[in-house]
Design a protein around this ligand. Structure first.
Ligand SMILES: [Zn+2]
Length: 261
């Protein structure tokens, strides 16, 4: 046991003494604030500039230090990539935020991490601009914005994504033949109803399981409410024939509806 412990402390000492990687851009030796990322990269930044745009950094740097003493590095649970983007965007004028995100954020996941970091550090202008950027991104990549909205329980993001998404992807196609597609029904865009159904299938598959079920329930409920409102409820009440049709297609569910029509 003793040998093991000695080995462990030797390992720990080795980890501690290993030189930390310094960030290729944020490495100004005169910058007073040292941030350590979750991937163990050291980023240096101006505490003076950050304090102007972030309540978190303002509070942090307002604590006076004894003379000749340097501020302890702060560890943040974000990747060096995200912290670097944050340091560039946060101290830029607000009208540049969205351009910087567009140019430098790899994807929606990275923009989402940037948003959580802006929220954590209380950078109000940056938060507003990242959100605006995500709202506008809903037109281009609604699936990702929807997923983010659901993860964050963010009604605004869910709403913009779903209206952009729903209009294109959740539109249930009618089938050119009763119950199946002849594959010869291409519209002006070369889309058969089978292809449209395949898109609907993919749109559902991309969502998490809980969201899939809830979305299905809400769509059915909404259809019923609308049918009731317009006085055609009988179309929404499934009769024996409807359940028979569903039963036939439900056989071997692993095959998926998309392969049965
Ligand atoms: Zn068809």
């Amino acid at each position: 046991m003793e040998v093991d412990n000695t080995q462990k402390s030797a390992d720990a000492a080795q980890v501690e003494t290993r030189p930390r990687k310094s960030h290729p851009i944020h490495n100004n030796p005169n910058a007073s604030l040292v941030i350590i990322s979750e991937d163990d990269v050291e980023l240096r930044a101006s505490s003076f500039l950050l304090a102007k745009v972030s309540q978190f950094f303002q509070d942090l740097t307002s604590i006076p230090l004894p003379p000749e003493q340097e501020r302890e590095p702060i560890h943040l649970e974000y990747t060096s990539e995200v912290i670097s983007l944050f340091l560039i965007a946060a101290v830029s004028p607000p009208y540049c935020h969205q351009i910087i995100i567009k140019e430098q954020s790899a994807d929606i996941t990275m923009t989402a991490s940037l948003l959580t970091m802006a929220e954590f550090t209380l950078c109000h202008d940056l938060i507003l601009n990242i959100r605006q950027y995500l709202v506008e991104s809903a037109e281009i990549c609604p699936e990702e914005v929807l997923k983010l909205g659901v993860d964050r329980q963010d009604v605004e993001l869910i709403e913009v994504a779903l209206s952009a998404y729903g209009a294109r992807k959740f539109e249930v196609p009618t089938l050119c033949e009763t119950g199946y597609c002849s594959r010869r029904c291409a519209d002006g865009f070369g889309d058969t109803c089978f292809k449209k159904f395949r898109r609907l299938h993919n749109a559902y598959t991309d969502l998490g399981e809980g969201t899939q079920i809830e979305l299905l329930e809400l769509m059915l409920l909404r259809m019923k409410i609308k049918a009731q409102e317009y006085g055609c409820l009988e179309r929404m009440i499934f009769d024996k024939e409807d359940w028979e049709w569903i039963s036939h297609l439900l056989v071997d569910p692993r095959k998926g509806v998309v392969n049965k029509i």
